[in-house]
Design a protein around this ligand. Structure first.
Ligand code: NAP
Length: 266
């Protein structure tokens, strides 16, 4: 069933919107009537995605992009100001940008640890701080954090990423309570292995380190999912779009796995 366009007149900012899960989220939010700003570091990728997404706009909605490193406070502040002056106050924020680098704990140096925390957790903090005043001013808002099943359970060889994503879920729960009476919901979606560049890199890593074939490496990742497959970006985007709708106003502080049953929230 095609959802009714319940986000007409709203402005959504999607971090990491240039590719992967973020681009799928941007497409769905446009399809529900929102104007969308994509945020990422690579202008060429963002511009190409903006061009592709033009066809998905409804009515007067617009789509554009801003360049920023979400781990850099000044860059985030400038990007949110530019997005606001182009498309109006941001009342939907999807904190999707992230990086996943693996290493055994003994080889996780301080630089890798810090980068995982900076991008995945501090980036979510900075973008949320930048967006919140407009939501408080409007008395309405939606914040959806794209965490991971690695925010709910442990996985070997990704301790820094796991710690950062557990932090994102803690932040989601705390902020949901703080904003519960202000018309703003805060939720997380937790994808399992999803078919994007992150999984392509993980497959290349397994092939390089173990000598397995690409098919074997992909099958190994898919086997963690009880449905024996990788999640598709559109499936994650569907869950994000649902949480963004006005009709999802009673859902806050939740961490929703999108992982074929791999993790069951208690
Ligand atoms: P992806 O295809 O690698 O995309 C990552 C996005 O994040 C890119 O658009 C990238 O844009 C952006 N990004 C990375 N570092 C950034 C920074 N410092 N500042 C601004 N933007 C940055 O990965 P994906 O799979 O779509 O991942 C999206 C989210 O889902 C991430 O938070 C990831 O942890 C989470 N997730 C993914 C999976 C999976 O299996 N794919 C599973 C669970 C959770 P630029 O490079 O242009 O900056």
């Amino acid at each position: 069933m095609t959802p009714s366009p319940s986000l007409i007149g709203k402005h959504a900012l999607v971090t990491g919107g240039g590719r992967g899960i973020g681009a799928a989220i941007a497409r769905q939010l446009l399809g529900e009537g929102a104007s969308v700003t994509l945020l990422g570091r690579d202008a060429a990728t963002l511009d190409a995605t903006v061009t592709t997404l033009q066809a998905h706009r409804l009515g007067d909605a617009s789509v554009g992009a801003v360049c920023a490193d979400i781990a850099d406070p000044a860059s985030v502040e400038a990007a949110f100001a530019a997005a606001t002056s182009a498309r109006g106050p941001i009342t939907l924020l999807v904190n999707n940008a992230g990086q996943a680098h693996s290493a055994p704990f003994g080889k996780t140096d301080l630089a890798l640890w810090q980068r995982m925390l900076d991008v995945n957790l501090t980036g979510t903090f900075l973008c949320t701080q930048a967006a919140l005043p407009a939501m408080l001013g409007a008395g309405w808002g939606r914040i959806v954090n794209v965490a991971s099943t690695a925010g709910l359970i442990g996985y070997g060889y990704v301790s820094a990423y796991c710690a950062a994503k557990h932090g994102v879920i803690g932040l989601t729960r705390a902020l949901a309570l703080e904003l519960a009476a202000k018309g703003i919901t805060v939720n997380a979606v937790c994808p399992g292995y999803t078919e994007t560049d992150i999984v392509r890199d993980a497959v290349a890593n397994i092939v390089g380190k173990t000598g397995r074939t690409e098919d074997q490496a992909r099958a190994e990742l898919a086997a963690r999912n009880p449905q024996r497959r990788l999640v598709q970006p559109d499936e994650v985007a569907d869950a994000v779009a649902w949480l963004c709708r006005p009709s999802a106003s009673a859902i806050t502080g939740q961490a929703v796995p999108v992982a074929g049953g791999e993790v069951m929230a208690g």
